[in-house]
Write a protein that binds this ligand. Sequence first.
Ligand SMILES: [Zn+2]
Length: 174
Amino acid sequence: MEKEKDVPIVGFVPTAPYVIRSGKYKDAAVEIMMFNNYRFLKFLYLEMNKDPVASKNRLHQHLEWLLRQGENRKTQVICPQCHQKKIRYFSARGSKRFGYSLSLIFASCDKPGCLKKLESLSGGAKIEIYPFRFSSIAKFRNKTDQRSVAELLRNAFDLPARLTAETAFRFFKE
Ligand SMILES: [Zn+2]
């Protein structure tokens, strides 16, 4: 019997940014919060998931879509190590206590040689390596570090410094 072709599961796809209507984050678009409050969105989403029988409301569906999109965006910057492929990973040097320094200079594509180069660039200092995904923001405890990661992502994805909800939405949707 011929195997059926894999059909991607087409879920909910929004047509506009989602703006929170009330509470502490009133008037904030979740697309912007991906950059400045990722950990809260993730927390909110996990809370919503706790009740598996409840039907998903608009925000729940929207967050599910958005968090997924945050994991598969394409970077626009060429690997500074080999100048061939697009960057996939960044290195963080520093510590939880004193904070991390991050730069696109210390980014790399997925080639083992390039990743190895990041280590030699650190001059023996310990580095941590993360993918250019929004979930990487949540790997950092410190607010300042979270902001640095978000800015690094913004630059890696070649987004303007002043993001509007609409621009951010289009970026996550493309
Ligand atoms: Zn490379």
